[in-house]
Design a protein around this ligand. Sequence first.
Ligand SMILES: Nc1ncnc2c1ncn2[C@@H]1O[C@H](COP(=O)(O)OP(=O)(O)O)[C@@H](O)[C@H]1O
Ligand SMILES: [Mg+2]
Length: 497
Amino acid sequence: MPTLRSATASQSPAASPSPTMRSAKRRVTSPRRAAGSPDESQLSSPHKSPLAGAGSGTIGTPKLLSASPRSSRKRLYGDLVAAEKPKWNPRGKNSLCSADPAQMQAVKEALHVATVPSSGLVCRDDEQNRVLEFCKACVEQEQAGSLYVCGCPGTGKTLSINKVKESLARWADEMGMETPDALSINCTGLANAHEIFSKILEKLQTRKKAAGKLSPLQQLQTMFCHKESAPRRMLLVIVDEMDYLITRDRAVLHDLFMLTTYQFSRCILIGIANAIDLADRFLPKLESLNCKPLVVTFRAYSKDQISDIIKHRLKVLEYDVFEPMALEFCARKVAAASGDMRKALGACRSAVEVFEARLQESSDQEFRVVTFDHMDIALSKAFKSPVLDSIMCLPQHQQMVLCALANTFHHCKKKATTLGELNKSYIEICRSTQVPAVGMLEFLNMCMVLSDQGFMKLGQSKEDKLRRVILQIDISDINFAFKDNRFFQKCLQQPMF
Ligand SMILES: Nc1ncnc2c1ncn2[C@@H]1O[C@H](COP(=O)(O)OP(=O)(O)O)[C@@H](O)[C@H]1O
Ligand SMILES: [Mg+2]
């Protein structure tokens, strides 16, 4: 049996900051840093605008923005505006009608979700600092530890933890310590939940060793139990989209977190999940096993945060692209809907496209900024697909019921089924994906919720199992909603029996 080491919150390294940690804390920068402050440059290299240099020729003679008075700019932009930016000439100097492709490209790039803001992250300083301090303490004390990050999609979890990984490596370097090894795993890419252990083992084993009959998990456990076999170097393991590791008995999650409790383990485990309630489902057991991870919750972005983040990202441009009112509108609408930053960036990009199309049609040379009206069109489009949005916002099991429905109607070309048959199809999906199925009563409740929301129609019958079920949405909407999601792709491939 492995010797378990207690790692409860009070005993975790982060709970007792060392002197070095305290001094490091003083260096922590304030959440709303002014542009170009020295603190910011410490975090990352200053970002060069894609149009820097060459851009000056295309945006024309710099002029002060006459459209928005300085006072209102100051009020809306606060300290983010270091100086007035020149008025934008989106057509460039060579064209009288169409938009300048290079400038449009630069604007869209700044707003793209895949663009990692090189000037650091705003609005997530507290969360990043908590995670970083935890990791530093583990490294300093050469002690394993685990941390659980949760929050709704688009709240900056992945981005923030990646930044922490970079900051930790930089800090270790500055302190003259051995840089921890790092392994990032996105669980949506795993063939099955247990593959997580092979990935970690692969990282730790420089040479393939004869494993005998031991599973990768057992090999890791054996490795961490013995001083001679345990790697000395700290390993930061980032497990993203951890929701996908939930198995019937949650054993994978438990075993994974338990890896940080073995006497010679040097793993710093950071699990990231979208499901807010995942913690309730697996933390109590970990607590009973004495290895409850530190929990850091990422709350949905507020209107002001969304607004700050967009403005911060747009700082790489040398001109103002949006009317302040347009950005305010976007931030307000997205914050009210979900606080999902992906949605906000998508709407801004779409507003730029609307603007681009209008530019083509107009010869008005004063037509130079994305306005409230353009944003209004973009936002209506973004929130127009309620079916797709609603599918993606459903809890996992309700999404699985929809997959079961899609499978039923797709394979059998039937128009209606019964609740009993649908339940069988759902259980089959659960079995093949190793997700514990809910009981019949809960299943019935889920179907009633789906029926109330208009996804399906639920008929009446004396016996629940015989109640008629009719899909009320297009199967293609279900397929489309899950097209980039490996887990649900698997759910949708279940043969009907
Ligand atoms: N604080 C932030 N600053 C800048 N961009 C952000 C911030 N938070 C989120 N984003 C943007 O939103 C996208 C989604 O963030 P991500 O970290 O992937 O969210 P999560 O992992 O919580 O779903 C990121 O790719 C990034 O472009
Ligand atoms: Mg993520």
